[in-house]
Design a protein around this ligand. Structure first.
Ligand SMILES: Nc1ncnc2c1ncn2[C@@H]1O[C@H](COP(=O)(O)OP(=O)(O)OP(=O)(O)O)[C@@H](O)[C@H]1O
Length: 265
């Protein structure tokens, strides 16, 4: 970790956005996540790190019930978003996912125009009463995703025709168009080149003034660059969670130290 620059980045708030308690996840007989307790702070970037298969993506998917779509998956425990149990049967997962948006590893724009990619969510959630409102949401989302200047003259062009980095920023614009409270990102830069990665990382830093951002990453350098909080997972358990600077410079658990120094992983 010698080449990593750990910047002093203050956490602006101590307000919890998401509280997870005793979360267990099973895929059939496989007990993939064990007893995870975590508080995700508002207006903060939280990174989930750990070796392959340790359960980072599984836990991320618990936070907006994406695991509901996996037939063999069972989630136990409690996860609250602003004090409300997101697994309450009265919660509509589609509404939940508008509040807790997600960006995936591989950019996955819809086979639609750039405009329609961003307008889709606000339309289905009834967030715009008239076309002018929708235009405004599309423009502001593309601006927040740092893509507006590159696409403003070709909003009718297909989203799939953009470069990989632009497509990922389009997916971020799509996710933020419903004004989510939390943005989940599952290795959002793994398919991107270093320039596009830097742009997305810069964007993540800007987005945290408005949202709580949770990012799964295999890159410890990336976790150190973008996050204020880091959670280290190992073999289905949350081993250590704290301020990113502390996790990388002064880990308390020997497993965290082994991982960040490259001895496990
Ligand atoms: N859809 C699924 N069906 C069955 N088992 C799954 C599924 N997704 C994940 N698992 C299992 O859950 C465990 C945790 O996997 P998960 O993908 O959450 O780990 P991860 O830390 O995100 O890994 P990676 O860094 O490789 O993406 C693994 O044992 C994996 O095989």
């Amino acid at each position: 970790m010698n080449d990593m620059r750990l910047l002093e980045r203050a956490v602006d708030t101590q307000v919890n956005k998401i509280t997870a308690r005793k979360v267990q996840v099973y895929y059939g007989q496989n007990h993939a996540l064990k007893d995870v307790d975590v508080d995700i702070l508002d207006k903060t970037v939280t990174a989930f790190i750990g070796p392959s298969g340790c359960g980072k993506s599984t836990f991320l998917r618990c936070l907006n019930r994406m695991n509901d779509t996996i037939a063999v998956c069972r989630v136990e425990g409690r996860i609250d978003l602003e004090g409300e149990d997101i697994y309450d049967p009265r919660v509509d997962p589609v509404q939940l996912r508008a509040k807790v948006g997600m960006v995936f590893q591989k950019p996955n724009p819809f086979p639609k125009s750039i405009y329609d990619n961003v307008a889709y969510g606000p339309k289905i959630h009834g967030l715009a009463r008239k076309k002018a409102d929708l235009d405004e949401i599309v423009e502001s989302s593309l601006r927040k995703a740092a893509l507006w200047n590159e696409v403003k003259d070709r909003l009718d062009a297909p989203g799939t025709g953009l470069s990989g980095g632009q497509q990922q920023r389009l997916c971020i614009a799509r996710a933020i168009a419903t004004s989510p409270e939390v943005l989940l990102m599952d290795e959002p830069c793994s398919a991107l080149d270093p320039i596009a990665t830097a742009q997305v990382e810069e964007l993540i830093d800007e987005l945290r003034s408005q949202f709580s951002v949770v990012i799964v990453t295999h890159s410890m350098q990336q976790a150190a660059r973008v996050s204020q909080r880091t959670a280290f997972f190992h073999l289905g358990s949350l081993v250590e969670y704290g301020e990113t600077g502390q996790i990388f410079t002064n880990p308390k658990d020997p497993r965290t130290e082994s991982y960040i120094t490259g001895r496990i992983g």
